[in-house]
Structure formats: C-alpha cells, structure tokens
Write a protein that binds this ligand. Structure first.
Ligand SMILES: [Zn+2]
Ligand SMILES: [Zn+2]
Length: 198
C-alpha cells in the first residue's frame, strides 16, 4: 500500500474534476498530493501521512482481503476504546474478564505494542493464529529498558494465561472438583464432611 502511491498530477488525473477537498487527508497540506493506489479516493502528501492514516483508512479502502480481529484491535488501540467486536474479545484475551478495569489492562498492553513498539496488524494477526502472542509480546516488550515497560506489561506477567482458550481454574473451583471426586469414592457417612477434615 505504501510503495505504490500514484502521482495525482498525471494526465488522467488532470482530466478529472479536482478532488474535493484537494488536501492531504492527514495534515491538510495541498502540495504534492498523491492518491491511495488501492481505492483512488484518499489523498496524501506522502507515505508518512498515508502510514499515519492506514489504521482507519483500510476500513473504507479496497484492501483486497477481509478485515479481521487484528484490524479492529489496532483501531481500538488508536482510539483508546475498549473493544466490542466479539472476534477481538475472543482472539486477544479480553473475553476472560467481565470488568472494565481488567479489560483496560489488556487494551493497555496492546496500545503499548501498537503505538509505541510499532507492532502492526498483520503481525498481531499472525501471532494470534499461530498462538504465539504470549512469547512474542514478552519478546517485544523486552526490547525496552525495564523501567519503560509500564504497568500493563507488569500486569500481563501475572496474567500471562489470557491467551489460553480456557481461564485457569480458581482454588475454589479446584476444591469443588476434588470434593466431587471424593464424594464418588467416599462412604456415605463421610460425604458431608469438609474436605480438610477427611
Ligand atoms: Zn500529509
Ligand atoms: Zn485507499
């Protein structure tokens, strides 16, 4: 997308009515305009502005593939909004939590990756499909000095199971499971005895 910008001042373009408004979609500059070669509808002064706009422009461009959960996640990161698309919740660990605070921590982890570590949507998509999010996120953050990795990464190190399909069971779930197992092998008079007193 970035290396195939077309010059907007060739003969074919001049034959068309002037684009409205004839300014860069990002910086509003009206010099050296070139258009997105995929949809021919967005105008940019150069690749820097095109790159800046890509996270949202691709939602109205002809990108030649289906948009997926990583595209939506990156958009949410730039808008700093908790994801609502079911596929994002499922694919990127949000689904394990019902509370806004925990979901904000998951989002914060991805905001750091996307906006500061410059991990793009295709890379996130690949890590998600390969089920390598955990190790790749740790590797990406580890390129930063420890004091710059931030509270969301510290939180993630204590919640690094979030990309597993199932949430780890809590201690009380395990106790209940043990109790059920015990009941099936215990004598009738012991069945109501607390597990610890057996
Ligand atoms: Zn521009
Ligand atoms: Zn386009």
């Amino acid at each position: 997308m970035l290396d195939d910008l077309e010059l907007g001042t060739n003969a074919q373009e001049l034959a068309r009515p002037a684009p409205e408004p004839a300014v860069c979609d990002v910086c509003r500059d009206d010099k050296y305009l070139r258009r997105c070669s995929k949809c021919k509808e967005a105008w940019y002064c150069g690749t820097e502005c095109q790159e800046t706009a890509w996270y949202k422009h691709k939602f109205c461009c002809r990108i030649g593939r289906e948009l997926d959960s990583a595209d939506y996640l990156v958009l949410d990161c730039y808008y700093d909004e908790l994801p609502e698309e079911p596929s994002v919740l499922d694919d990127f660990g949000f689904r394990h939590f019902d509370d806004t605070d925990s979901r904000s921590h998951v989002l914060g982890l991805f905001v750091g990756l996307v906006k500061y570590l410059k991990v793009g949507d295709r890379k996130l998509h690949r890590w998600q499909v390969e089920r390598t999010l955990k190790q790749n996120i740790i590797a990406a953050y580890s390129t930063l000095p420890e004091e710059l990795r931030g509270e969301y990464f510290a939180w993630f190190l204590n919640h690094d199971w979030i990309f597993n399909l199932a949430k780890p069971r809590s201690l009380s779930d395990l106790t209940d499971a043990l109790k059920q197992l015990a009941v099936s092998v215990l004598d009738a008079e012991d069945r109501d005895t607390p597990v610890g007193a057996l």
